[in-house]
Design a protein around this ligand. Structure first.
Ligand code: NAD
Length: 348
């Protein structure tokens, strides 16, 4: 049987390490390109059966057209989110798969770690003591016990976040269009309308996917409804927050802190070493000036366990399709991605 050829885009040394190790039991032919996937680089996929892409690749209609012309059959996302894939353009041309739940613990634990770091000023304390400055002036935080935490999106990650919070003595509010009543009872979560969550939460954590409907859901109006001094945690997708409105909220003190592992224009910066060049993005530059903003480079997923699962499930997705004509982790324009697709509606 012909070896399946997979072209990886936007790869880093850690991708090669985990995929080469996982591929020992699959035996596919893997090629790693450093370039991001976009309409221009898509031609590099000529002769490959599968393209493997990541969160900041541009997999819009133009890229998909080129991939289809080059007879690529599958786009294998090595991540959970798929907001950067034009599913309508892919429908009937290529199948799309993803890794839906490689480690909700990685992201949920990281969200809380970010909050704890910012609330207790660990990021500032670390730098101070390294310069022999042992003053704690200005580093005061708040107890989390007794506070109200609002979770937007109670899927895999949101629920683990609620589970991780169990030891902290907090009231947990949640909003999701599809409430999980059994887990809510077990974890003492109160489902409330979004405006109530905004009004009553001291800390709000975003765990919903980015969709056409919720772009900039955290905008000036939403922030206006929130508590004075609210902390906002975003480990989901940058475009859920209107960053300009967030900056206004931070300047006025309405927002007491922002933990951002994602940023709406992260594509030009995140995952890259840009330490020898100025930041051209003035919004990102402004964000980085606030002492009460913690920005990290989309690393919430980055644990040994998660990276191992991503590599294994991605290669399983490829095997399932080419050897069994199955798409348990398929996504297409006609499905919501929660149960996978049969190969028929996704088409070939
Ligand atoms: P999931 O599909 O298990 O859960 C998402 C939940 O959000 C679902 O219950 C859904 O009903 C709900 N939802 C959808 N739209 C909503 C809206 N507008 N308001 C409220 N709830 C809404 O997904 P998951 O595995 O928990 O992942 C959530 C998101 O986390 C992903 O879509 C991805 O964007 C992000 N993520 C980030 C990282 C990272 O490294 N920072 C890693 C993995 C996932």
């Amino acid at each position: 049987m012909k070896k399946i050829r997979v072209a990886f885009f936007d790869t880093k040394p850690y991708d090669r390490k985990s995929f080469d190790a996982a591929n020992e039991k699959f035996g596919f032919e893997l090629t790693y390109f450093e370039a991001r996937l976009n309409p221009a680089s898509a031609r590099m996929a000529a002769g490959y059966d599968v393209v493997c892409a990541f969160v900041n690749d541009d997999i819009g209609a133009k890229t998909i057209k080129v991939l289809a012309e080059e007879k690529v059959q599958m786009i294998a996302m090595r991540c959970a989110g798929y907001n950067n894939v034009d599913l309508a353009a892919a429908y009937g041309k290529l199948v799309v798969v993803r890794v839906p739940g490689y480690s909700p613990y990685a992201v949920a634990e990281y969200a809380l770690a970010m909050y704890m770091t910012l609330n207790r000023s660990l990021h500032r304390a670390y730098n101070r003591v390294r310069e022999n400055n042992f003053s704690i002036n200005g580093l005061i935080g708040s107890d989390l016990r007794g506070k109200t935490v609002g979770i937007i999106g109670t899927g895999k990650i949101g629920m683990v976040f609620a589970e991780v919070l169990q030891g902290y003595g907090v009231r947990i509010l949640a909003y999701d269009m599809y409430p999980n009543k059994a887990m809510a009872e077990k974890l003492h979560i109160e489902y409330v309308p979004l405006d109530v969550l905004y009004r009553e939460s001291d800390v709000i954590s975003l765990h919903c996917p980015l969709t056409r409907e919720n772009v900039h859901m955290i905008n000036a109006e939403a922030i206006g409804e929130m508590k004075q001094g609210v902390y906002i945690i975003n480990t989901s997708r940058g475009k859920l927050i209107d960053t300009a409105a967030l900056i206004e909220g931070l300047k006025s003190g309405k927002v007491g802190g922002a933990c951002l592992d994602v940023y709406e224009e992260e594509g030009d910066y995140f995952f890259e070493d840009r330490s020898d060049a100025p930041i051209i993005d003035d919004v990102l530059a402004r964000l980085l000036t606030f002492p009460n903003v913690l920005v990290t480079s989309h690393q919430a997923f980055f644990t040994r366990e998660a990276v191992w699962n991503i590599a294994n499930v991605t290669l399983e997705n490829i095997r399932d399709y080419f050897e069994k004509d199955e798409l348990p982790n398929g996504i297409c324009e006609m499905c919501d991605g929660s149960k996978g697709c049969s190969s028929k509606p996704c088409g070939k």
